[in-house]
Design a protein around this ligand. Structure first.
Ligand SMILES: [Ca+2]
Length: 242
């Protein structure tokens, strides 16, 4: 009797579920950005791990080692993505439409940081900083290609005419030094003995702990003018949190 009743109701339930699924699909495609729009059905993506900041080169041998199909791609169509954003690249020898011996791809590679981790915390302000990932230093770059040329290209620029130009005495340059010797598990939501919560709470991440008994600790500064040293000191003071 019970089984018959369930069978009798199934068509209605199924119809209801299909209606909900339809609504979810419409809202997904029409109104929301999920962050994975850079992944296109049918395109191939080759993962390139980067653990250190610098200029990276992919030559013909590197490219064909990544995947044999890549040597037949029109290099004007190459795209490089990091964290869902297409990156500017320089492609030497792309003008003839084929990637040949002597051609190469250059890009500015950055290691991973905490930018994508803000959403782990209950409140964005709970993340102490975005300068150091709590999981990995290694970024994942993805090389792919579309059916049309990409606009994200660096172009070569030469200007060797120095006549009539005067050099600056100094310039602005930012250096971020992140202290990561200790891991703080976050301020417990309830102040009891156990801090093993699944949530990422206030301040969770890598830090240097400074106790009042420690008179000083060293911050390395590059060669800078006195005025800039004072500015740097103010920046350091502002970045130290209780
Ligand atoms: Ca070429």
């Amino acid at each position: 009797m019970y089984i018959q009743l369930r069978l009798a109701h199934m068509p209605k339930i199924t119809k209801y579920l299909i209606l909900i699924a339809g609504l979810v699909l419409v809202s997904h495609t029409s109104f929301s950005q999920t962050g994975d729009e850079w992944i296109v059905d049918g395109q191939e993506y080759y993962k390139i791990p980067v653990g250190k900041e610098g200029i990276y080169k992919i030559d013909y041998a590197n490219l064909t080692a990544l995947g044999p199909a890549l040597e037949n791609v029109d290099p004007r169509n190459f795209q490089l993505f990091r964290n869902g954003q297409e990156q500017y690249i320089y492609v030497q020898g792309e003008q003839d439409g084929s990637f040949d011996q002597g051609d190469l791809i250059e890009f500015y590679g950055q290691k991973n940081d905490g930018t994508l981790e803000t959403k782990l915390y209950k409140s964005p302000s709970d993340q102490p900083h975005q300068d150091y990932s709590i999981f990995t230093d290694t970024s994942s770059y993805y090389l792919t290609w579309s059916s049309s040329p990409s606009s994200k290209r660096y172009s070569a620029y030469y200007d060797n005419n120095y006549a009539g130009k005067t050099s600056n005495t100094d310039f602005m340059h930012s250096v971020i030094q992140v202290f990561t010797s200790r891991y703080f598990a976050g301020i417990p939501i309830n102040n009891d003995a156990a801090q093993l919560y699944s949530e990422y709470t206030g301040g969770e991440g890598f830090h240097k702990w400074v106790w009042s008994s420690q008179g000083q600790f060293n911050v390395a500064l590059p060669a800078i003018t006195i005025a800039r040293a004072l500015e740097a000191f103010e920046e350091i003071k502002a970045s130290i949190k209780d």
